[in-house]
Design a protein around this ligand. Structure first.
Ligand code: C5P
Length: 224
């Protein structure tokens, strides 16, 4: 199959603080987005990697992936959904694909096994996501807890999320619901099946400033 990876890295990263967008902050000595970009670029079955970035970030993005196969750069939108949609539109313009793997740059550490499992799952379903079971107790409430939620059959869903290209592209074009937090939800809204493959703690999203500090992680929150 013709497989393309799509990394969205056009967020402002404001929750992480600092003036450098978090996707360009250094994690383990490299700009965050370079980690997952390198993993996808090294996979022989993945033909190209589309990188969705903010307007005016072309030079920063090129520098971040220097020495790796050249990225296809696409400008993102105001929301994650729009950024993904722009990336899918660019792939459609290039002639489409059989499969697309949609990934958050904010999840730099991407295990090969997850990619293997996702691609296998696409032989049986139009969508597949890595997910981990809930281990904490789950409840609803504001300041006071009002309701316990059974954690059985609840999942923490990660990326990459893998799809048959035509199905996810159609789901994006037809979406009119509230702003979704991921793409699997949009496929499900079209009545299509999304399979679960084992997620990985390494895939946890880097969101807040504290995620960037730690023994091996170099924080570079200043500009440049
Ligand atoms: O903000 P959040 O952590 O949910 O973002 C998830 C991913 O989506 C990040 O990699 C971020 O760069 C990307 N994103 C984007 N365009 C936006 C907002 C977020 O590409 N407008």
């Amino acid at each position: 199959p013709h497989i393309i990876a799509l990394i969205v890295a056009a967020g402002s990263g404001s929750r992480a603080g600092g003036s450098t967008p978090k996707q360009f902050c250094k994690v383990k000595g490299q700009p965050m987005l370079r980690h997952s970009y390198a993993v996808f670029s090294n996979r022989p079955e993945i033909e190209s990697v589309v990188l969705v970035i903010g307007a005016g970030q072309e030079n920063q993005a090129q520098a971040a992936v220097e020495g790796l196969p050249a990225p296809l750069l696409v400008t993102g939108g105001a929301t994650r959904r729009e950024s993904v949609r722009n990336g899918l539109a660019a792939i459609a313009q290039m002639g489409g694909a059989d499969y697309v793997l949609i990934h958050d740059a904010a999840r730099p550490f991407l295990p090969e096994q997850v990619i293997d499992d996702l691609l296998n799952a696409l032989l049986e379903a139009p969508g597949a996501v890595p997910a981990l079971p809930m281990v904490d107790s789950i409840a609803r409430g504001t300041d006071i807890l009002t309701e316990t939620v059974e954690r059985e059959n609840l999942w923490r869903i990660q990326t990459p999320q893998a799809f048959h290209f035509s199905a996810i592209h159609a789901a994006h074009l037809g979406w009119s619901g509230a702003e979704p937090t991921d793409d699997a939800r949009m496929l499900m809204a079209n009545g299509l099946e999304v399979h679960i493959v084992p997620g990985d703690d390494a895939l946890t999203k880097m969101t807040f400033a504290k995620d960037f500090s730690g023994k091996d992680m170099i924080t570079s929150m200043r500009s440049g």
